[in-house]
Write a protein that binds this ligand. Structure first.
Ligand code: H79
Length: 435
């Protein structure tokens, strides 16, 4: 009976962020459930992925291909027509994210190139009408995500669009710096509100109407969007899906949370927040870029972010065929194994009251009125001791091991005596509980 009730609550979205009907959550509670999730997958995938960063002998391109390789719109449109990612498999992408311990997925519905990677009846410049693929990957992902209880979220480049003629960018001596000046050189004649009405609003309506609940509308680079224009978009989104979270790149001083790009905040002062991060040096697929971070450092990033109360949005750049690079898959697998053993130190935790330690980080949870601290050890101390302030009456154990850990309580806190070797080759976690 109880099980049925819980299932009902879930299917009606009362316990779950992102679900549109029937009950609107408070901003606080939809964000709380997103913050509990802590870990998501970012996906940068578009026409540019097919080039793998290479264009006429130059190899440092990625999602900015159209601009960085100076391709006129007609050329890019023709290239889009050849895009055919026959190996794309939504179930596989979602399974990889799920096995990595990720709880949400943010995919580029439209990047700066302006090409919609979803079926957009309002604008033919999209993957169904404008490519050889003719399928709607977002639809397929929405079905796969619903099956696996992964929250589907969409990235939408707001203040940059290289297909629409009315999108000015930059200010002062940077006027036009991120605009398509090849096809639309008259920067002064551009009227952003025309673009908003013609393209942005209809596409937001489509994204929020045709794919079930959308967890986050993740906007990027608002450029010339004013606070009033951003607020109109916020209102539009909430009128269709009141539980959709919106990041702060919807316009100046707007949005539900702060994004930090390629940077991890130093302290837990800003709330709520999310770091988006690449595994190598590019967002979109670049076949020459093999400069991948190690699985251990990515796990440390996740722990570090959680210890400051943030979320980690880790990027994958699938190929033009629609598959994840092997280097990404391998790292996600390793992170997933770590999460199976140590996920309780991440999900549903809050920031550390202690700040950083030289040897690692701490996250915190309160269960049945008792405080639990998770101590993630990045550097196993040579003297095998961890000194923790302000903790009394605890017991300690190593996650993933039955080995006993002794703990000595003294006036200023306690000392934890570690075994000789870490139990986990990436990061070992000690769970300290109040007795
Ligand atoms: O979608 C990703 C980026 O394409 C987008 N935001 C993330 C999530 C983004 N837009 N602007 N920026 C990031 C900041 C500027 C990045 C640059 Fe560059 C790096 C400009 C010059 C160096 C990209 C890479 C363009 C040329 C090289």
């Amino acid at each position: 009976m109880r099980k049925i009730l819980i299932l009902n609550l879930l299917s009606f979205g009362i316990l779950s962020w992102g679900v549109a009907q029937p009950k609107a959550l408070s901003t606080k509670s939809k964000l709380a459930s997103w913050e509990d999730a802590r870990f998501g997958m970012f996906i940068h995938w578009g026409i540019y992925s097919k080039a793998g960063g290479e264009w006429k002998g130059t190899i440092n391109h990625a999602e900015w291909l159209q601009l960085t390789a100076k391709i006129p719109l007609a050329g890019y449109t023709a290239y889009a027509k050849t895009f055919n990612p026959v190996k794309f498999n939504a179930d596989e992408w979602v399974r990889i994210a799920k096995d990595a311990g990720m709880k949400y997925m943010v995919i580029t519905a439209k990047h700066h190139d302006g090409f919609a990677m979803f079926n957009s009846p309002s604008n033919p410049y999209n993957i169904v009408q404008g490519s050889a693929f003719k399928r709607d990957p977002l639809k397929e992902l929405s079905v796969a995500c619903a099956k696996e209880d992964i929250k589907l979220c969409v990235y939408y480049s707001l203040g940059r669009d290289w297909q629409d003629p009315d999108v000015p960018t930059g200010k002062g001596d940077k006027i036009g710096w991120r605009s398509n000046l090849i096809d639309f050189p008259n920067e002064a004649g551009k009227d952003l509100s025309k673009y908003i009405e013609r393209k942005v609003k209809p596409q937001i309506r489509e994204l929020l109407t045709n794919y079930g609940p959308i967890g986050i509308l993740w906007f990027d680079t608002y450029e010339h969007i004013t606070k009033e224009q951003g607020q109109e978009l916020v209102d539009l989104i909430h009128s269709i899906q009141p539980n959709c979270i919106i990041n702060n790149r919807v316009g100046p001083d707007l949005g539900d949370y702060t994004v930090s790009e390629q940077k991890i905040l130093d302290s837990a002062d800003i709330k709520p927040w999310e770091t988006c991060y690449t595994m190598n040096n590019h967002w979109g697929y670049n076949k020459a870029d093999t400069n991948y971070k190690s699985a251990a450092s990515l796990v440390q990033n996740l722990v570090d972010i959680a210890s400051k109360g943030g979320n980690f949005l880790l990027n994958v750049g699938p190929t033009g065929e629609g598959v994840f690079p092997d280097q990404s898959i391998n790292r996600l697998k390793a992170i997933g194994e770590w999460m199976k053993m140590n996920g309780e130190a991440i999900y549903g935790t809050t920031a550390s009251p202690f700040g950083k330690f030289d040897w690692g980080r701490c996250t915190k949870k309160v269960e049945n009125g008792k405080t639990i601290y998770y101590l993630s050890v990045f550097k196993w101390p040579k003297d095998r001791k961890l000194i923790i302030p302000q903790m009394q009456n605890q017991n300690a154990k190593l996650l993933g091991s039955s080995e006993k850990i002794s703990i000595e309580i003294n006036q200023n806190g306690s000392t934890i005596f570690l075994p000789k070797n870490p139990v986990n080759e990436l990061v070992s976690v000690i769970k300290v509980q109040q007795e």
